[in-house]
Structure formats: structure tokens, C-alpha cells
Write a protein that binds this ligand. Structure first.
Ligand code: SF4
Length: 473
């Protein structure tokens, strides 16, 4: 049915962006009466910035963060890594020579600035995510300072999920214990593979045995949720190597695993090695499917269940609230250079110290982004999916669901919904794109003059990605 596989939500998002690409707006200034020079307090004027409107909303009398169904979270971006993985070209820099103390100070001041608004102060945040980059390039003291600032200035719920992304080599036992004492209750660890050959190819730091030992010790001593990342279908990977990675997930006591088919990011060292033919990379749909099937089925048989299209978890062990806030388009406070989020319905991009860009956020595209969020989970409820659509678009979505079931990618659930089959999980992001395409086409919303979408393109044009991080591990 599909000829090219969308490997992550980013691919489905890109497909949606193409569907909604706004027609050029005369004068080149998107937005309505609220537009004004912006880019934050100290920024250069930028068309389509709604900082003033957001300020009014945050200081006004109505609403509070987290009041909506999806709750509220905080995303903190630390765009530094002490070692660059060969496959990566995300928004990050090498930390050597960076002034991490100054960066910590900047994050703390941003937290305080946001915490002073009534809308934030009177809200409730149930998830915090420190992503990057590698947040644990910060020292234990710097991370403690950050966590204290969060607790002192933002209304975190009593059971707030606090996640820290980390590499293994910069999360020693003392640092892990100190972070747990400071409130961290979820680690997301980039392991990728335990194959020695695969680790060298992907630029992982620790040798296999040390990586295994680190995970064993962390599991024994850390009481919170432990998730790891696994990459499959990297150059030359055998199914035997992937089986070892699946067995690691089963036997190490982790709570959840994000599993991705390797994405070759343009500009990464691995992309260059492949282009120069120093590394041979032959991946077909069939080989990718065989790898996915092996990993997915092995973990399912061991009792893991699908949490979202690229994440498996032991039942009841990882609520992953952060992703529910993010996919549900709840309030997500973006802190740090390159962080993207959304407050009171306004998409907000934190560009650099003193520079912020706020998009209007109320356009025809919004409901499709909410749909995309729903489609990332392992259960499709037609009523929920079609809730905001006009009747024609709703009928098109139901038709698309039924067609995908006919292809064996979805199966009916007892309550009238659908869940993806194993093959459907493999094609999950293609299915999401196809369902959205059906909705957009039927509603005639193609190429709407959508100020929110146009403003988002403006900010991306100045180099601030909405999702700068791994972010959804
Ligand atoms: S994959 Fe993560 S840890 Fe590796 S270089 Fe990229 S941002 Fe850093």
C-alpha cells in the first residue's frame, strides 16, 4: 500500500506541513491585527510575532496552565553534548568550551520569568522533561540548581513526572542518586545497541560490557522509571545483533523502550561516510520490516505493550505523561535556546537569551495537529479523531480507517475503535499521514491562509526548530 516508509512522527508532521502549506500571503506578513515587531524583548522585529497578545493572556484574569484535558508540562532544552553521535545532526553543539554555568543561569532566569505570570503561577504542571542534546553534560550541582528553580518557581504537581535524558557515560552512580534525591523520577537513556560493532558505528562511548554494567547498576539503584532508546536497521546490523538488543530490554528490568529504524540525518558524520562509500548501507522495506517484526514481536511476547508507535512499555510501568501533554497540544512551557512549546494556545519558540517568538496558534491547522497527536498512540477512536471535523472530513477519516483495516493494518476493537496490527505499527506514521490527508482533502482545507502555519514557517526560517530535541524518547 505504501512505497516509502515514514520512520517517525517527524515524517508524518512533515507530510501534514506539506498538506497545509499556506498560499503566499500578500505583503509577506502573516497574521492579523495582533502582529507587531517581536522576537521577544530584546529581539529584532519579526513579522507575525504575537508576544504582546501572549503577555496580555498570561497577565489577564482567565485561564491557568494545565486546565485543559492534556494538562501542562515543561520542556527544558540543553543543546550540548560532550560526544557527538555519528548519526546525529540535531540542534546541539559540542560542550567543550561552552559556558555551562552561564547557560544554567540563563535557564534559571527563564524559569523565574515564566513563573511570575499569573497564568503560570495559578496552573499545575504534571510533567517536566530535560532534553537535548545531553542534559547530563551539566554538572550535578548545575542540574540540582535547575531542579530547585523549577520547584521554587513553577507549580509542579505533587506527583510530577520529571524526566532527564542522558547518555550512559555522563550519568555516574553519584549523579544519578543526587538527581533522584532532587526529584528526578524518570531517566531516558540513549543506548541504541549493545553490539560492539554497532556501538562503534553509531559513535557510542562505552564498550558493550561497560554499557551493560552501567544499565544493571542504574536499574538496581534507581527507583523511578527507566526507559532506553534502541536503534535498529543500522548499516550491517544482523537479526542476531538485534535479538541481543531485544533481550537486553527484557532482561535488564527497564520499564520502556523507544525503538527507531535508523534515520540518516543530513549533515551527520554517518551520512557523509555513506555518501563517500566508506560505509555500505543497504536497507530495503523488507529488511526494515524483518527487523521491526523481530524486535516488536519479541518484546510483545515478553509482556511489553505498545505505548505509542515507536515505544513499548511494561504494562503500568511508564505513564509518560510528557508525551501526552505534547501530543495532546496541552500547555508546554519551552525553556532554553531552541526549545519549542505552546502556552495558552500560542505556539512559543525560545530562540536565545532574551529572544522569543510567539505564533498566533489559532488556525485551520490546529485541529489536524491534534489529530496527528491522537494517531501516534496505539488506539484509534473514530469519534475522538473526527470530533473537530466537518461531516465530509469525518466521513473521509472513517473511510480511511476502514480501508486501512481492509489492508490488514488496523483491527477493530470491542469498543468500536481500531488498534494497529504488527504490520500497522510498522506503517504507523504512514497511516497517520494517510488519515490526515483524507481529512484535509475532504474538508477543502488544502492551502488555507493559516496565520499559525505561516508564522511557524517564519520562525523556522530563522533557524528555530519547534522540536529541537530527541524530545519524545
Ligand atoms: S543523538 Fe543525542 S546524544 Fe547523540 S549527538 Fe545527538 S543530541 Fe547528542
Amino acid at each position: 500500500m505504501f512505497t516509502e516508509r515514514y520512520r517517525s512522527h517527524h515524517d508524518a508532521e512533515a507530510h501534514l506541513a506539506r498538506l497545509l502549506k499556506p498560499a503566499p500571503i500578500s505583503g509577506g506578513r502573516p497574521g492579523g491585527p495582533g502582529e507587531r515587531p517581536g522576537g521577544g524583548a530584546a529581539g529584532k522585529p519579526m513579522p507575525g510575532d504575537y508576544s504582546g497578545e501572549l503577555e496580555e493572556r498570561l497577565r489577564g484574569e482567565s485561564g491557568a496552565a494545565g486546565a485543559g484535558a492534556s494538562g501542562a508540562g515543561v520542556y527544558i532544552h540543553i543543546p550540548y553534548c560532550d560526544r557527538i553521535c555519528t548519526f546525529c545532526n540535531l540542534n546541539r553543539k559540542e560542550s567543550g568550551g561552552a559556558d555551562l554555568e552561564a547557560y544554567t543561569g540563563y535557564l534559571v532566569s527563564e524559569i523565574k520569568t515564566w513563573g511570575a505570570y499569573r497564568y503560570i503561577r495559578e496552573g499545575s504542571f504534571s510533567a517536566v522533561y530535560l532534553g537535548g542534546g545531553t542534559p547530563t553534560v551539566l554538572s550535578t550541582r548545575q542540574l540540582e540548581t535547575l531542579l530547585k528553580a523549577l520547584k521554587d518557581n513553577l507549580p509542579l504537581s505533587g506527583d510530577c513526572e520529571i524526566t532527564v535524558e542522558s547518555a550512559q557515560h555522563n550519568l555516574g552512580p553519584e549523579k544519578a542518586a543526587a538527581l533522584e534525591r532532587a526529584g528526578v523520577n524518570r531517566f531516558s537513556l540513549g543506548i541504541q545497541t549493545v553490539s560492539e560493532r554497532g556501538r562503534a558505528l553509531l559513535g557510542r562511548t562505552l564498550p558493550e560490557e561497560k554499557a551493560r554494567e552501567h544499565l544493571r547498576a542504574l536499574r538496581e539503584n534507581f527507583g523511578g522509571v527507566l526507559g532506553i532508546d534502541i536503534i535498529y536497521s543500522y548499516p550491517g546490523e544482523t537479526l542476531a545483533e538485534l535479538r541481543q538488543d531485544a533481550e537486553l530490554c527484557i532482561n535488564s528490568g527497564i520499564d520502556s523502550v523507544s525503538f527507531y529504524s535508523l534515520m540518516i540525518q543530513e549533515g551527520s558524520a554517518l551520512a557523509r561516510s555513506i555518501a563517500d562509500k566508506a560505509v555500505t548501507f543497504e536497507r530495503s522495506i523488507e529488511s526494515d520490516r524483518a527487523a521491526h517484526r523481530l524486535f516488536y514481536q519479541t518484546l510483545k511476547e515478553a509482556g511489553f505493550s505498545l505505548l505509542e508507535l515507536t515505544k513499548l512499555a511494561r504494562p503500568g510501568r511508564d505513564r509518560y505523561r510528557y508525551i501526552r501533554v505534547q501530543y495532546g497540544r496541552g500547555d508546554l512551557l519551552p525553556i532554553g535556546s531552541g526549545a519549542g512549546g505552546r502556552i495558552a494556545g500560542f505556539p512559543v519558540y525560545s530562540l536565545a537569551p532574551g529572544r522569543r517568538f510567539v505564533s498566533p496558534g489559532t488556525g485551520p491547522s490546529e485541529k489536524y495537529h491534534r489529530m496527528l497527536g491522537l494517531l501516534e498512540f496505539a488506539r484509534y477512536d473514530p469519534a475522538l479523531l473526527c470530533g473537530e471535523l466537518d461531516p465530509e472530513a469525518g466521513a473521509a477519516v472513517r473511510g480511511a480507517l476502514s480501508a486501512l483495516a481492509g489492508e490488514g493494518l488496523l483491527e477493530k476493537t470491542e469498543d468500536g475503535g481500531y488498534s494497529p496490527t504488527a504490520e500497522g505499527v510498522f506503517w504507523g506514521n504512514n497511516m497517520a499521514a494517510a488519515i490526515l490527508e483524507a481529512a484535509v482533502t475532504a474538508s477543502g482545507a488544502k492551502n488555507p491562509a493559516d496565520p499559525a502555519e505561516a508564522a511557524t514557517q517564519t520562525v523556522q526560517g530563522v533557524g528555530a526548530p519547534a522540536e529541537a530535541s530527541h524530545g519524545r524518547r
